[in-house]
Design a protein around this ligand. Structure first.
Ligand code: MIC
Ligand code: SF4
Length: 754
């Protein structure tokens, strides 16, 4: 059995006492979010109330999940922490490094050959430290977690921003950087600012073409990519109860796209059924005993506006299918308006590829609904006009859908089944295109659609929608097609319409799988050796970053002033660079190469004062570093949105950047910067961003008295000798200031070990 029943029992055993203590301290009815969080305080039952959006709180999550692209750095750090075993149940999932080229079997074999060194490393570290290992091909982390580990009322962290997917099973599941995973695996408290709680009340019932995906596409339109920052989104209402558990997972998964800390649903029948279908009847029995603690107090549901920081209401009965994009997941368009919007913006209307599946949307229900559309391509003699791919989220889903004939249905429509892995979702896609300079459109059932994300091509306009809408679009090959009202012409020249999708929530014959792909760790791993070849270009043992020198930072140079959207994909691109996720020096060659330089509007071309010319960002950083000169990165709003990859913080730290000063940060990235001993600062007055000139020398003052809540001062000396000064804010608490002083959080753990 892969899941840890003993741990779940222990969590539930303490639940009543902890929830009651919290209710007493807080002095009012509790939301579900608060119940789960208070039930996981590191200190035990609450001894006081925590202010939402204000207090930093220490938590004790129940488990940790890591995917191969982030696990390398997480585990390289964990190896330095000096612990014999992971303190909580933890797993590694090999999903990100598999390239989608031809189809599942060949691609998986190639991945084994190309990534052997990394897989061997991950397998042996896992074996040594008591960590469960899911082999390449087993599936995508979030799907595998939902199928095996997530449980109502639990709390987990994962080194991937879509970890919140487990909220579909009522778990508080939060995406973090690898250094946070190290804290939890080392048995230390894990710190988080107590989140605000946004309530989303779902009334009515989904029908026709509308699916759970459309709920989150709609919410993304309302809240935008930063509207969820610092908050947990709690869904409730009759509409929530009428949705499948996996549908809830989809909604929670994509909460990452609005910057939410996580999203969660309360325990209900759909979760019971899903747990049973995935062989976890014992969990149902246990959860039923504490069911009252796995939902908000009745008073909250009776008067939600009084208990949530923000309340949104969506009527599922009237919700339309949505298509979001291009280039950002919060550009939300109801299907009835989409065709007009496509024309108005002159986006390429011809659809070249439709891609379904991924961690977001590859449940049995999703695939049956999409297959019910694909089937009609054949029965109604329609020839699919776009390429079509299917990425199953796990081997269990793949095996079951193959058994039930769904994959054959897709194949008849011309679909290609890819490996159970991230593939095209993360740029691991060898897309076959005759002309990459052509502006073109694709549509996916994934979650992110930043420029270049899927195929590395800036000319690709990527849209996201539900799997059934993607399938209908792939058949039509045209973004101005609305399957709800438009007809298509078939190969007999007749006009036909697609019927509404029909899905099956859970397989009537049950899920099945031959080899799920799990490898249990050794009981005692102390004699397992982990070898890293010093000559490897994929893996590099870490050296600790230097501690703070104890003085203000003076004479720093501006490395880049980034303008506009600067996601973790801009800071540390994925795709071809995933290869170097275990080698800090090599991956640093992608640092900020996608960010737009505010002074020339170009990417990867910044002024280098050492050579008095323009150069790439990494090369410029390296020349300053070699000369012992620290640098500063300046950024815009929501800097670092997107992924949890801590490489986006470690690379600048490694290449000598001392501070990142921005208008606002995305949560995970800000924490990652702090953990790596970097200064992450925000303009007290956002307009001061404009004061920064290309040739500036920068001083950061006030560090000797670096104190929580006290702003620091920045002095700019411009090329002509004139100066400007302004204040910058920070959110460092006492403990985080110690990370800065020690050079990184990990340095501090090592000091404490000694
Ligand atoms: C993503 O969806 O962007 C990723 C790839 O899963 C990342 C993690 C990574 O960069 O390895 C994420 O979302 O955290
Ligand atoms: Fe993988 Fe894409 Fe899901 Fe990230 S969002 S875990 S890359 S499938």
């Amino acid at each position: 059995m892969a899941f840890d029943l003993g741990m779940i029992k222990a969590v539930y055993a303490g639940m009543a006492e902890r929830v009651n203590a919290a209710r007493t301290k807080v002095g009012r009815p509790l939301t579900l979010t608060e119940k789960i969080l208070y039930a996981h305080l590191y200190e035990g039952p609450a001894t006081g109330a925590h202010e939402r959006g204000q207090s930093y709180v220490d938590f004790a999550p129940d488990r940790v999940a890591m995917q191969d692209a982030t696990a390398q750095m997480a585990l390289l750090q964990f190896m330095q922490a000096g612990k014999p075993q992971a303190a909580v149940p933890s797993t590694v999932h090999c999903d990100h490094l598999i390239q989608a080229r031809i189809g599942a079997d060949q691609d998986l074999q190639d991945a084994y050959d190309e990534n052997k060194e990394v897989y061997d490393f991950l397998a042996s570290v896992s074996n040594k430290y008591g960590i469960g290992f899911w082999k390449p091909g087993a599936g995508i982390i979030h799907q595998v977690v939902l199928e095996n580990y997530a449980f109502p009322g639990g709390m987990m962290i994962g080194t991937d921003s879509h970890t919140p997917n487990a909220g579909g099973l009522g778990m508080i599941a939060i995406g973090v950087g690898g250094a946070d995973a190290v804290d939890v695996m080392a048995g230390m408290p894990w710190e988080l600012k107590f989140p605000k709680v946004i309530g989303v009340k779902l009334t009515g019932k989904l029908n026709g073409w509308t699916s759970p995906k459309d709920v989150i596409l709609k919410v993304a339109g309302i809240l935008t990519v930063k509207g969820g920052t610092g908050a947990i989104v709690e869904y409730f209402g009759e509409g929530a109860e009428s949705m499948s558990c996996t549908g809830k997972g989809t909604i929670c998964n994509m909460g990452a796209e609005i910057g939410a800390t996580t999203s969660v649903f309360s325990y209900d029948n759909s979760m019971r059924e899903y747990l049973r279908a995935t062989n976890r009847d014992e969990v149902v029995e246990l959860a039923d005993e504490v069911a009252e603690h796995l939902r908000a107090d009745n008073e909250v549901y009776a008067d939600p506006a009084a208990f949530y920081d923000q309340l949104i209401e969506i009527d599922l009965s009237t919700l339309e299918p949505h298509v979001n994009g291009p280039f950002t997941p919060d550009a939300a368009w109801p299907i009835s308006q989409f065709a007009a919007v496509v024309k108005e913006h002159n986006w390429p209307a011809k659809l070249e590829v439709g891609l379904i599946g991924s961690c977001t949307n590859s449940s049995y229900e999703d695939l049956t609904r999409a297959a019910s559309i694909a089937e009609q391509a054949v029965s109604k003699k329609l020839v699919a006009q776009a390429e079509f791919t299917i990425t199953p989220g796990s081997e269990m889903v793949r095996y079951t859908t193959a058994r039930d004939g769904l994959l054959d249905t897709f194949a008849q429509m011309g679909g290609v089944v890819l490996a159970n892995a991230c593939g095209p979702c993360i740029g691991q896609w060898a897309r076959h295109t005759d002309d990459p300079t052509r502006r073109n459109s694709i549509i996916t059932s994934f979650n992110r659609n930043f420029a270049k994300r899927n195929d590395g091509n800036p000319n690709t306009h990527a849209f996201v929608a539900s799997p059934e809408i993607v399938t209908a679009f792939a058949i039509a090959g045209d973004l101005t097609f609305n399957p709800l009202v438009d007809k298509l012409v078939n190969s007999d020249g007749q006009e036909v319409m697609l019927d509404e999708p029909k899905g099956i929530e859970l397989p009537t014959q049950g899920f099945a799988v031959e080899d799920a792909g799990y490898v249990a760790p050794a009981e005692d791993g102390s004699s397992v050796e982990v070898v890293v070849d010093p000559k490897s270009d994929r893996l590099q043992l870490l050296e600790g970053f230097k501690p703070w020198e104890g003085t203000d930072l003076k004479g720093l140079r501006l490395l880049i002033k980034a303008q506009g959207k600067c996601t973790t994909d801009h800071i540390s691109m994925a795709g071809p660079w995933l290869k170097y996720r275990g080698h800090l020096d090599n991956i640093s060659n992608n640092m900020l190469i996608g960010a737009i330089n505010a002074f020339n509007g170009e990417s990867n071309k910044v002024y280098n004062d050492m050579t008095r010319g323009y150069d790439t960002v990494p090369a410029t950083a390296r020349t300053y570093k070699a000369a012992g000169i620290g640098t500063v990165v300046v950024g815009d709003e929501n800097y670092g949105e997107g992924s949890s990859r801590e490489h986006a913080a470690m690379e600048p730290r490694h290449l000598g950047v001392r501070a990142v000063i921005v208008k606002s940060f995305a949560r995970i990235h800000e924490t990652n910067l702090k953990k790596q001993g970097m200064l992450g600062l925000t303009f007290a007055n956002k307009a001061d961003y404009d004061l920064i000139e290309e040739n500036d020398s920068i001083d950061i003052l006030g560090l000797e008295n670096f104190t929580p809540g006290q702003p620091l001062k920045v002095v700019l000396t411009h090329k002509d000798g004139s100066q400007d000064a302004f204040m910058v804010n920070h959110t460092y608490n006492e403990g985080q200031i110690e990370w800065f002083k020690a050079g990184s959080a990990l340095n501090l753990i090592r000091l404490q070990q000694k």
